[in-house]
Design a binder for this molecule. Sequence first.
Ligand code: GAL
Length: 835
Amino acid sequence: MKKSFCYTALSAAMAVVSLSASARSTQLLEKGWRFTREDNSEFSVPSYDDRLWQAVTVPHDWAIYGPFSWQNDMQKVAIAQDGQKEAMEHAGRTGGLPFVGTGWYRNDIDIPALAPGERVTLKFDGAMSHARVYVNGKEAGYWPYGYNSFYFDITGLVKPGEKNNIAVRLENLPESSRWYPGAGLYRNVHLIVTDGAYIPVWGTYITTPNVSKEWAKVDVATEVRLPAGADEAQYSLRTSVYSPSGEMVKSVTTPLSDLQYNDSTVRQSFVVDRPALWSPDAPQLYEAKSELIGNGKVRDEYLTTFGIRSIEIRPNEGFFLNGEKTVFKGVCNHHDLGPLGAAVNDAAIRRQIRILKDMGCNAIRTSHNMPAPELVKACDEMGMMVMAESFDEWRRPKVKNGYNLLFDEWAEKDLTNLIKNYRNSPSVVMWCIGNEVSEQWHPGDVKTAYFLQNICHRLDPTRPVTQGMDGPDAVLNNNFAAIMDVAGFNYRPFKYPEAYQKLPQQIVLGTETASTVSSRGVYKFPVERKAMATYDDHQASGYDVEHCGWSNLPEDDFIQHEDLPYCIGEFVWTGFDYLGEPTPYYTNWPSHSSLFGIVDLAGIPKDRYYLYRSHWNPEASTLHILPHWTFPGREGEVTPVFVYTNHPEAELFINGVSQGRRKKDLSVGIDSSYTEAAQKSFERQKRYRLMWMDTRYEPGTVTVVAYDAAGTPVDTAEVRTAGKPHHLVVTADRDSYVADGRDMAFINVKVVDKDGNLCPDASQKVKFAVKGAGTYHAAANGDASSLESFQEPQMSLFHGQLTAVVRTGEKPGEIVFTASAPGVKSARITLNSTK
Ligand code: GAL
């Protein structure tokens, strides 16, 4: 299908988008911004001289450049949810990065000459936080919640056909977050110019009330705005539906003569024969083109992407997508993108989704706030279900200056924008109104849950609503869980049976599970299950046996969701490590990021990734051995070996000597494994991992041979003791890149011995050089205790690996990336960036 309106990313200094009378123009305000951390009311005055301010491109996160310091937002508090009774100095809770304080952005943008009645809208996908927006020195509006999208009609403030000054003041309060929120204009800003007759922002609402393989009903409700005094009879709305292959399926034109009796909304229905249904495996997308026609001309044209799919929760049976039972194999993710901070980037988001999909993950919970539009779009296109969340806090505080300050005035507005923004996205299958809110402990406060859920129902009756609750004893007895469409529980899976017994919904969702902690490449001995273990190196064991005081190991959730038919799946805390919340290292600086991730902050899978993959993606062959086998000094000591595999059985060899065959023990049931003794002896793990607990370390080769159910050998893997670091190896995440100045290559850098074995303890500082059609952007190594800058073109390897990020330029060509480190041979890769 040909898109007839323009979506441009022009430099503000470039010529304006020319407007035909028939269409809207949308401009991405990406370039030409100036930025300062100072604060002065003069900054909103258009004539203010900002030439000495820093030139930046938006999306921009001012805090990710550091430097790290324990003094940045040091919170002296007792974290009640984590069971702390007395206030302690939490350094690093919000990442130890300088996000607190004010920042200003200014830009002089061209606004086209406007025909009479034309309207100008400024839309922010998210601005962190307390955004005050000025246009030509006058305040256009205020939006405090940093995660939400919002817009202002600025028609009355602009000077058509001239330069117009946009100034944005942002302010982040101390103690306003439990994690790193990012700072600044960290999401995109758009300028939209329309005719006086137009479809407002998020003005369409498309639902598919009846879906079958043979046909589907598509209902399209379109809000329409006409100029004051317009004769409705002269207007009509033409909506055309296009198939995933771009063919027009149907088109309906409706006169607007009855608009005033219909809340300015036009309702049209379509029947689509043999629809291509959306699902994570087949993310088929349709498009609706809305054309607002007035006096014989197309006044506005608006495109909406949607999917045809059905969702349903059936008591006792579970969640059904297109009539098929679908279990949530989900992860919770924060919004930050590791070394990029909160600055949104499409390539980084899509890389995360690719990694998760390969693991068998089918859903993301946007914990605990509104996602970026880029994430939801990528989930629509790549096939990933989304639980879209709004708040971590309602009226009762978790952090002093958190959302509790805003709730009364803003909750309804914030939830409304979330729902209107994403209610056409097929990937979004559930709304989440809150996370572990303190209200759950106060019986009368269920009214607030009811209020929020009703807003969701009013704006979108098609999706169920949940919230993540961590106080089962309270919420099972005070209506909090009973009123929700879906009762979501954070941790404590042993309470699911009681929840099922007491609740009317007859299904249970694990909104948050596991919170297992581990560090990539780090192994602690002896191998024991531990809660809140801390070590001098500020890491956690890669054997995947450590968790928090309130949480558990992956298998404690697997078993519930596999054996209890009313469990509809889980959202693991978390898919990726994120900045801030370095539990259990609350007071142990340096520690700037979480250890919860299945994948580390650099996007490199930890061992746990293969455990989830073996269980969630059983069709793919997984045969993963841990730990690495390079432990100089451990000769003769007990060094257990674990194998994560989708196969039922395997035999392990150390230097050719069999260590015995192990089979997954499917006889382990829920009830028999609740006890402390069963936990200590890894009973549940025996059902999902193959473990050799008594093996002793000797340098050489560990080999594993996997057998299928019939006892036939089907796969083999090995890990060898590494020799001295010899050379670097660099591998890029994709084959080619787009020369748009935004695309990014994620390059894995590792050091290996002369035979190619990873040197798992190498920590050399690697220097990066980038030549040609791209620039160096950032790097991360996944070490939560590192204070190295993400932006310097050098970084130490963490357990032999790191990720360097290269950004494409706007001109196509070759990009040559070189990594070098003392004492080893350097490595180089040439990337292609094309238009
Ligand atoms: C939960 C909370 C998450 C995160 C997690 C860590 O209680 O909802 O935001 O703090 O604990 O285990």
